[in-house]
Design a protein around this ligand. Structure first.
Ligand SMILES: C[S@@+](CC[C@H](N)C(=O)[O-])C[C@H]1O[C@@H](n2cnc3c(N)ncnc32)[C@H](O)[C@@H]1O
Length: 431
């Protein structure tokens, strides 16, 4: 009975749960599988940033075969007219074309009908923003970020002026950091915005900036990691005060504050690098720089493969449509632009979540109220949380106990636990 699964998260693998779900019972599968990119184990990340218990590193053919099994099972449980939406990124700067392999195999092996492939442009600017009145050092002097136009030249972390190619203005909800220093005005930035620092040198029992500081001495750091043992170097965006010393400002404190919906700005500069995101996200992987011998193409986007079972039509009660006209139009353009989840580890302890916006758009565009949404790789429950908010029914499976428990908290659905004869604690409904 499908009722046994409704509005429940199962702390086990999809391999254990999915075979028990009846045929033709689910309206939509929305999920993001592990990308098989050795999460937490490549040169940019440390192990602590990998999954809790899953090892994201299979031989590629085994990985594809594993996913074939999932797609075939999903096909069985979906209703005719049901949809499957797979969020996936390619590996190795696009040279492992996972999304293309998935697309072909979902169609040819599982039997789905392709509907579209959405490109999700993450912009990678999620947390790298400033308030509109912060000052930026331009080739024509300091300017408020809200007055910066495409074509202005701004100082980048390489201490070179680069032309602005795009300015973004958007709402931001999350942590803002106020960095106070001895002489310049406070700098207020979001979590991912790096600041140029100089280390302090201990001399005669006191800390000093080096007399002669080279470009190499300075380094960029995100606000969260900034401490009082740093100097802020010639802030690009804070007002100088009389008496400022060689452009060095001793950090006095870093205050963190949660803000809701504030207006922030960010910009991209020439060479397609985010002005402030460049350091934070290491997105300057050019391969053979300025040579056609072997250029690299770092991807700032992912894919969402959307397919249907048997037909592209998903019938439902008109009264249960929840998508508005404008929203429908925006969603139907296959390029989706919104930032990634920025509080993954900090807020939820998960290294690879998608933001709520992703399942929200899919659920609004592709389902009716009361439809059943299934996420086989539930993580910390983003799909199910959004499904619940939008009056859809949900089912999730997640192998990690830690993520499973976080998803229950997010869903406000902590079950009463009871002890089985073997002494194991399980949710009441399982017994
Ligand atoms: C990319 S994450 C999904 C994150 C999710 N979209 C969110 O926003 O929280 C993939 C998840 O799949 C889980 N996982 C891996 N293999 C699994 C399996 N066989 N069954 C269930 N979960 C699995 C991992 O623990 C991880 O949390």
């Amino acid at each position: 009975m499908i009722d046994d699964f409704i509005n429940k998260i199962f702390n086990t693998t999809w391999e254990n749960t999915l075979p028990q779900i009846p045929d033709n019972s689910i309206d939509i599968v929305i999920t993001s599988p592990p990308y098989n990119v050795s999460l937490g184990d490549n040169k940019f990340r440390d192990k602590s940033k990998g999954y809790d218990i899953y090892d994201d590193n299979m031989p590629y053919e085994d990985y594809l075969a594993w996913m074939d099994k999932l797609y075939t099972e999903c096909y069985r449980v979906l209703k005719p007219g049901g949809r499957i939406c797979i969020n996936i990124g390619d590996g190795a700067n696009g040279s492992i074309c996972t999304h293309a392999d998935f697309t072909v195999r979902m169609r040819d092996k599982a039997g789905f009908i392709p509907i579209t492939t959405l490109v999700w442009d993450k912009k990678q600017i999620g947390a790298s923003c400033l308030y509109g009145d912060e000052l930026i050092n331009t080739s024509g002097g300091y300017k408020e970020i809200r007055d910066i136009c495409v074509g202005d030249s701004v100082l980048t972390h390489k201490r070179r002026f680069k032309k602005v190619t795009e300015v973004f203005h958007r709402k931001y909800t999350g942590y803002m950091y106020r960095i106070k220093s001895n002489l310049c005005e406070d700098v207020v930035v979001t979590g991912g915005h790096p600041l140029l620092l100089s280390p302090l040198h201990r001399k005669c029992g006191k800390y000093h900036p080096k007399k002669c500081v080279t470009r190499e001495d300075n380094y960029w750091e995100i606000p969260e990691k900034i401490s009082g043992e740093n100097y802020l170097v010639c802030p690009r965006y804070s007002k100088m005060k009389v008496g400022s010393y060689h452009g060095f400002y001793r950090i006095k404190s870093v205050e963190k504050e949660w803000v809701n919906d504030v207006d922030v700005y960010n910009m991209e500069v020439e060479e397609d690098h985010s002005y402030v995101g460049k350091i934070a996200y290491h997105n300057c992987a050019w391969g053979s720089y300025q040579s056609p011998s072997c250029p690299s193409f770092p991807t700032q986007f992912e894919f969402i493969i959307v397919m249907g079972k048997e037909t592209k039509y998903h019938k439902g009660d008109k009264e249960k449509i929840t998508v508005g006209g404008k929203e429908f139009q925006r969603n139907s353009r296959a390029l989706w632009v919104f930032p990634p989840e920025t509080q993954m580890m900090k807020e939820y302890g998960h290294p690879a979540m998608f933001p709520s916006e992703l399942p929200r758009r899919l659920i609004q565009q592709l389902t009716y109220e009361d439809d059943i949404v299934y996420d086989p790789f539930n993580g910390v429950g983003t799909t199910c949380v959004v499904a619940k908010q939008l009056n859809r029914r949900y089912i999730g499976t997640e192998m990690s106990k830690k993520y499973y428990e976080t998803s229950l908290v997010r869903l406000g659905a902590i079950p009463t636990m009871i002890k089985t004869k073997s002494g194991e604690e399980v949710p009441e409904w399982m017994v």
